[in-house]
Design a protein around this ligand. Structure first.
Ligand code: KIV
Ligand code: ZN
Length: 502
């Protein structure tokens, strides 16, 4: 009999810990709806004690999501546990996730506590949590760098106190597949009550082995995998959900004993939504969801694929929700065709959003002969990203050249009123950014800037992604246009609006 593999998605908790990826409670709810559609078993919705915003997000998601279990994270502290339990009170399937480090490095430098004190803390926390929530998951943080005999004692104690899932985190992404396999095997062999709990695995990608390590853990006996959409997360990120799921589906020969309840056709849509709302661009060569994941460049490959796809394709792009329709729209396409195409791409817009997106589409179609699916996707995502932006682009004018100092005048619309700023700068983009700073009053520092063409051709849409440091916080932004200065301004405003939202 095939065994179920539980997919525990932590995009909204560990994923959101990626620098610059912060989400509002509303955006988290939107992603949670999509994760439920994707079929994930558990949604880790946040760390409720961390901020009022996180508490609100977990509470809202708990109220609205009925199929997936909703999980809130807590340290082994009374106030954390009570906050998590309270944020989960309306969840149909609540889960409380406790973590406590067990490695020598953490005990010595983070806690300054002895092993026995940690053991007591773990016991007390699970006992308290168990009184407030039936479903407890316990993580010995930095498990892969912990001394095994102590790790086994902590796991045994957590299960004795009522933890139903024991998660093994490779917190700093230090392990490798054989080592993870032996650790999970040792836990199964050495923890006397381990058969009363599900073993989970949680891997980070610091050495690029998060997915391989997670799959290795499954082969050794883990039955729950922690992962995030597009692999976003602390530092180098977490194991990517789409890679784990498609590896298991594609290598049925290796994973024949397992089944998943994931609707893989929702993978691409979920990836786009998360990328759009977090502003984390998916690299073109990213496995499964990158733009080039199913593209064949060399003539030899193209020829072979035309004869038989399986020569160079191990997965069918349709299985992850990528359609090969390249339906082209142009300036004569009407509102109906536009709405139908967006529906087919998975966007469900209200009338106001549709009107705004249609206006943007017409502007672009006037400049660009053919508007491809990828162009449409970027335009609509651009319109939807911030629901009520404080500042919107009105117009801009730039003068630049080899013999003059670049100068820009930018006009923004704030609550229906026009406001403008003028500045010179090192280049035309810099001048625009400085003009915007004069309007917003932010002292923003540009930390990252990149530009890419969305589709091919001289009239391609350019998409700019950037990061701004405002005070101590990082805000990311994205914008697209056939004019790269306009794309840069839109990206800058996107980030500024996120800062204004805080
Ligand atoms: O990486 C980690 O150790 C974590 C724990 C909270 C599970 O994210
Ligand atoms: Zn983590």
């Amino acid at each position: 009999m095939a065994e179920k593999l539980i997919i525990f998605d932590t995009t909204l908790r560990d994923g959101e810990q990626a620098p610059g990826a912060s989400l509002t409670a509303q955006q988290k709810l939107e992603i949670a709806f999509q994760l439920e559609k994707l079929g994930v078993d558990v949604i880790e919705a946040g760390f409720p004690i961390a901020s009022p915003g996180d508490f609100k997000a977990v509470a809202e998601i708990s109220k609205n999501i009925k199929k997936s279990a909703i999980c809130g994270l807590a340290r082994c502290l009374k106030q954390d546990i009570e906050a998590a339990a309270s944020s989960l009170k309306n969840a149909k399937h609540p889960r409380l996730h406790l973590f406590l480090a067990t490695s020598k490095i953490h005990l010595e430098y983070k806690f300054k506590k002895a092993e026995d004190e940690i053991l007591i803390l773990a016991r007390q926390a699970v006992k308290l949590a168990r009184r407030l929530c039936d479903d407890i998951e316990f993580s010995p943080e930095d498990a892969t760098r912990s001394e095994r005999s102590f790790l086994f004692r902590v796991i045994e104690a957590a299960i004795e106190e009522g933890a139903k899932t024991i998660n093994i985190p490779d917190t700093v992404g230090y392990s490798y597949p054989q080592e993870v396999f032996s650790l999970i095997s040792d836990i199964k062999a050495s923890v006397p009550n381990i058969n009363k709990a599900v073993i989970a695995i949680h891997c980070h990608d610091d050495l690029g082995m998060a997915v391989a390590n997670s799959l290795s853990a499954v082969l050794a006996g883990a039955r729950q995998v922690h992962c995030t959409i597009n692999g976003i997360g602390e530092r180098a990120g977490n194991a990517s959900l789409e890679e784990i799921v498609m590896a298991i589906k594609t290598r049925k020969d290796v994973f024949s004993n397992f089944y998943l309840d994931i609707n893989t056709k929702e993978i691409y849509r979920t990836s786009r939504l998360v990328s759009n709302l977090t502003n984390f661009v998916v690299p073109p060569n990213k496995a499964i969801v990158g733009r080039n994941a199913f593209a064949h460049e060399s003539g030899i490959h193209q020829d072979a694929v035309l004869k038989n796809k399986t020569t160079y394709e191990i997965m069918n792009p349709h299985d992850v929700g990528i359609s090969d329709s390249r339906l082209i729209m142009g300036k004569h396409s009407g509102r109906h065709a536009f709405r139908d195409r967006l529906k087919a791409l998975g966007f469900h817009l209200d009338d106001d959003q549709l009107n705004k997106a249609f206006i943007r589409f017409k502007e672009v179609a006037d400049k660009k002969k053919e508007v491809f699916d990828d162009d449409l996707r970027i335009l609509v995502e651009d319109e939807l990203r911030v629901s009520k932006p404080l500042w919107q682009l009105g117009s801009f004018e730039v003068t630049s050249g080899t013999a003059i100092k670049p100068k820009a005048e930018v006009e923004l619309i704030k609550k229906g009123k026009k406001v403008s700023g003028v500045s010179s700068g090192d280049g035309p983009v810099d001048a625009c950014f400085k003009a915007i700073d004069k309007i917003t009053g932010f002292k923003a520092k540009l930390e990252d800037f990149h530009l890419e063409a969305v589709t091919s051709g001289k009239d391609a849409l350019g998409q700019v992604g950037l990061k701004l440091k405002i005070g101590d916080a990082i805000f990311s932004g994205r914008g697209a246009s056939t004019d790269i200065i306009e794309a840069a301004i839109r990206a800058y405003l996107d980030a500024a609006n996120r800062a204004g939202d805080k």
